[in-house]
Design a binder for this molecule. Structure first.
Ligand SMILES: Nc1ncnc2c1ncn2[C@@H]1O[C@H](COP(=O)(O)OP(=O)(O)OP(=O)(O)O)[C@@H](O)[C@H]1O
Ligand SMILES: [Mg+2]
Length: 252
């Protein structure tokens, strides 16, 4: 079986900085993989390259066997690779439920030709509202669904962002610190949701997280980056024993 995502010798430079420098790995469908490494080691840049925000200087990316290298973010999103941001990007002047609904695919009401004809998109809108509310409930956000995005706690914003990324029917989710700045209890809740989603829908996750004690309870595989290179690819237990990782990241 082909891996759902194949990253082959990908490099991204910013002037003289080799942010990502020859990274290769495969993600098998349904895997939950942690991506760790020191600050500035290239984790976010790697996600930016996979999701099309940056074109790589070198290397290839394949999604379900198809070469998607250099496609625009919008095309990659529509193929089913969805990313979240290190700092949540919510629409501040929208309610939680609206923030989640905007991510639905193919909204007829957004088509300027169809928009004036209410009857043509009303049913779809009702259907989308239903699935949005269902997902909001699944993620434990029912209580705040009619709050403004600005009224949420940092942890709730993170949850809304993940909830929203689910609405576009993704196959691969690239999550940039989905639990950063969130208390351990809520962080574990977020990770439990991720495991549940994987079990239910067979989605594949690549997740950046700095708190290894939490991350390692939920992932089966870990990638470690250092100075743009992949220095470890294996199970969580092995991370603490690997000399290169200890040297670069864990210390002592
Ligand atoms: N747009 C950019 N322009 C110039 N340099 C950049 C840009 N984005 C990232 N870099 C540099 O690339 C390197 C990798 O940064 P990146 O944000 O990918 O690291 P990271 O592993 O996500 O770090 P952190 O854990 O702090 O989020 C850093 O040296 C950073 O300063
Ligand atoms: Mg980062």
């Amino acid at each position: 079986m082909t891996a759902i995502l194949q990253v082959r010798d990908v490099a991204k430079y910013f002037g003289g900085i080799r942010a990502v420098d020859g990274v290769s790995f495969d993600l098998e469908e349904g895997q939950i993989v942690g991506l760790i490494g020191p600050n500035g080691s290239g984790k976010t840049t790697l996600i930016n390259v996979i999701s099309g925000v940056y074109k790589p200087n070198r290397g290839k990316i394949f999604f379900k066997g198809e070469d998607i290298t250099g496609l625009d973010p919008w095309d990659i999103y529509h193929k089913g690779i969805v990313r979240s941001f290190q700092v949540p990007r919510l629409f501040e002047k929208m309610l939680v439920v609206e923030n989640v609904m905007v991510a639905h695919r193919n909204q007829k009401g957004e088509n300027p030709v169809i928009a004036p004809f209410h009857s043509k998109w009303k049913d779809q809108e009702v259907e989308y509202a239903k699935t949005s509310l269902h997902t909001i409930r699944e993620f434990g956000l029912s209580r705040v669904r009619n709050n403004w995005a600005t009224e949420l706690s940092g942890g709730q914003m993170k949850l809304v962002e993940i909830t929203r990324s689910m609405m576009s029917e993704p196959r691969v989710l690239l999550l940039d610190e989905p639990a950063a700045g969130v208390a351990p209890k809520l962080a574990r809740e977020i990770f439990s949701h991720i495991v549940r989603i994987r079990d239910e829908y067979g989605l594949t996750f690549l997740i950046i997280e700095h708190r290894l004690d939490i991350l390692f309870d939920y992932v089966e595989r870990v990638l470690v980056m250092n100075y743009g290179e992949l220095i470890y690819d294996g199970d969580p237990e092995g991370v603490y024993k690997d000399p290169r990782v200890i040297d670069a990241y864990l210390g002592e």
